[in-house]
Design a protein around this ligand. Structure first.
Ligand SMILES: [Zn+2]
Ligand SMILES: [Zn+2]
Length: 204
């Protein structure tokens, strides 16, 4: 079986939604604000969506969860440490200048004690990587790592937000560098890049 990852950038915060493809199945990661476009793309692949995962509970990564869950009748998984952020997502959307409010999904499964997700033909490693938020996780498929807002092409993700932890973030990034050096990182915003391209001179 071959695995492939597709990025679709959506919504007013240019958030990266990822579709992880097996031969027949797919998993949706961080479905941002464009339900119609995501559904169209998913339907075009002819693959069967199995679940929705999020790297963290921020308002820009979750806008299409409810409509996709309802349309495909699939479950939604996240780490429980971001429950409050998820619940307060519309408050943070308003603070960020958005007038569009979203439905807050109910979580079917928490990823807290899960290191491996087996979904249909897909095997996804779950790595707890707190810092940007307490409940941030990265998803590893082959040599691809979907890491949310932990780190971007040119800089570390924000750690000055409510429920961020700068020390934890640096530890999580160091762990990536030490353990996943051959991997390609797919962040929550912007371009993908190699772990080996992370600039370690920036006091990580
Ligand atoms: Zn975020
Ligand atoms: Zn984000």
């Amino acid at each position: 079986m071959s695995t492939e990852i597709e990025k679709i950038t959506v919504g007013e915060w240019d958030e990266n939604t990822y579709l992880v493809y097996g031969d027949k199945d797919l998993v949706i990661v961080d479905p941002g604000d464009d339900y119609e476009r995501l559904r169209l793309q998913i339907d075009q692949t002819g693959r069967k969506p199995l679940a929705i995962l999020i790297t963290h509970g921020h308002f820009d990564h979750i806008g299409a969860i409810c409509p996709l869950m309802n349309y495909y009748d699939i479950p939604f998984y996240m780490h429980s440490a971001d429950k409050r952020l998820l619940r307060q997502a519309n408050f943070y959307r308003k603070m960020s200048g958005s007038k569009v409010f979203i439905q807050i999904p109910k979580t079917d499964k928490f990823l807290d004690n899960c290191s491996l997700l087996e979904l249909g033909e897909l095997t996804i490693e779950v790595i707890h990587a707190p810092g940007h938020t307490n409940g941030s996780v990265s998803f590893k498929v082959g040599n691809d790592l979907i890491c949310g807002d932990l780190i971007f092409e040119q800089e570390e993700g924000r750690t000055d937000l409510p429920e961020s932890d700068p020390t934890a973030s640096k530890n999580s990034i160091r762990k990536l560098i030490n353990e996943f050096n051959g991997c390609r990182i797919h962040p929550g915003h912007g371009n993908s890049f190699m772990v080996s391209e992370i600039d370690q001179s920036k006091e990580l």
